[in-house]
Design a protein around this ligand. Structure first.
Ligand SMILES: NC(=O)c1ccc[n+]([C@@H]2O[C@H](COP(=O)([O-])OP(=O)(O)OC[C@H]3O[C@@H](n4cnc5c(N)ncnc54)[C@H](O)[C@@H]3O)[C@@H](O)[C@H]2O)c1
Length: 395
């Protein structure tokens, strides 16, 4: 008997559009899910561009207005892979139309907007997820398992970074990621959202934060970039950069752990330095996205003299998601984090629940982002509970 098809409508088709399209196509190839995704339609504003993208990435049809995609009754899921300022409007309209939703991170521009999105999906009773893909690296899932099994004991520290260097040229153009009205914030919401999610996944909920931010280059020429981060200057005009180039913060967690977080696009030599180290009473773990199949593990219980960080290549059938792919030692890559996440979305749709990370995780992430921003403005520690205290902001 053929499986139930879940018809996807994707808005946007560039960097994340490519990652999501590829992942949807690979799901039935590697996984035996109860429902299978079908690449039904994509939407973009430029007809020639969206038509070409549909052909290249294997979508059956296209629209030049996302609203039309939402109106179509041959679409079950709306996938939002557009800049951050569009997420709320598209997600709320999609929820009202009864579509399931997968939305890219950060969920919204503000905490308040993210709460409106959460309310909309809850009211509509649709399945929802946010695309925090890094927690779906098998090594990160395995780290979670070790922590849950108590192998590290009580957690004392997490230190996490996401370091990049592609913005250091002062003549690099003023792309949408550098405009507050489109992106909400700079490195903070873009890269910070990822390491906040990893910390929430592995350590627990944040209780208070204190931060700092800097914009090193305050004006840039107008322009755009391609997915390989190659800038293209469009005119002789310049504009103001009104978001952070770098952001750092300290945190306390509800379980007593301490966190140190740093994100930047000015860290020479670091291309995608998404790394964390977690220290517990009985052991430590380290992960580095650029070496994403490996997890470094130190266990205090090891015999003295043999103690030290060991490198576990998380490609054995015992490791989460690994059995779907290749024999042990045959590594997977960045794109597989999206496949694993969207497999969970298919399971959620088949069984009527919203797998984590969902819009509630998106809101809990957004509150940390907003608390750090407030801390930078006030120069003080900000308690997460203070931000969530206002009745309209309760999760
Ligand atoms: N999960 C991750 O690792 C990850 C990585 C990169 C980006 N992102 C997130 O994904 C989203 C998209 O980022 P990207 O890097 O793919 O951006 P991008 O600039 O590569 O692509 C954006 C796409 O949205 C389209 N678009 C822009 N405004 C639109 C509108 N009003 N209506 C319809 N289409 C519109 C553009 O034409 C383009 O196709 C952002 O929210 C970003 O934060 C997530």
């Amino acid at each position: 008997m053929s499986k139930k098809q879940v018809r996807i409508g994707m808005v946007g088709y560039k960097f994340m559009g490519k990652a999501h399209s590829h992942a949807f196509r690979d799901i039935p190839f590697f996984f035996d899910t109860d429902v299978v995704p079908v690449l039904q339609a994509i939407a973009g504003r430029d007809e020639q561009g969206v038509k070409q993208a549909a052909e290249k990435m294997g979508w059956a049809s296209y629209e030049t207005d996302w609203r039309r995609l939402i109106e179509r009754d041959d679409i079950d899921v709306i996938d939002i892979v557009t800049p951050n300022n569009t997420h709320a409007e598209i997600a709320i309209a999609a929820a009202k139309a009864g579509k399931h939703i997968i939305c890219e991170k950060p969920l919204a521009l503000t905490l308040e907007q993210s709460l409106q999105m959460l309310e909309a999906v809850k009211e509509a009773g649709v399945v929802h997820m946010i695309c925090h893909n890094y927690r779906f690296a098998p090594a990160v899932q395995f780290a979670k398992k070790l922590i849950e099994q108590g192998r590290l004991g009580k957690i004392y520290h997490i230190r996490a970074t996401f370091l990049q260097d592609w913005l250091m040229d002062p003549n690099f153009p003023l792309i949408w990621r550098l405009k507050k009205e489109v992106s909400g914030s700079g490195t903070h919401g873009d890269l910070g959202a990822h390491i906040i999610d990893l910390a929430r996944f592995l350590v627990g909920e944040f209780s208070e934060v204190v931060g700092m931010m800097e914009t090193f280059i305050k004006e840039r020429p107008l322009g755009d970039m391609d997915i390989h981060l190659k800038g293209r200057i469009e005119s002789g005009q310049w504009g103001e950069v009104d978001v952070d180039d770098a952001s750092a913060f300290l945190a306390r967690f509800e379980n007593g752990a301490l966190g140190v977080f740093e994100v930047t696009r000015f860290s020479r030599g670091n291309r995608a330095g998404n790394r964390f180290e977690i220290n517990g009473e009985k052991g430590s773990i380290r992960w580095d996205m650029e070496n994403m199949n490996n997890l470094q593990v130190y266990l205090e219980d090891d015999e003295r003299g043999l103690q030290g960080f060991r490198t576990i290549n998380c490609t054995e059938v015992e490791h989460p998601y690994a059995a779907a792919y290749w024999p042990a030692g045959h590594i997977i890559g960045y794109e597989h984090t999206f496949i694993n996440l969207l497999v969970e979305m298919m399971n959620g749709i088949a069984n009527g629940y919203s797998p984590a990370p969902n819009f509630e995780d998106g809101v809990r992430n957004q509150v940390v982002l907003e608390a750090v921003e407030r801390s930078v403005q006030t120069g003080t520690w900000i308690k997460i509970s203070e931000l969530l205290k206002q009745p309209q902001l309760q999760v």
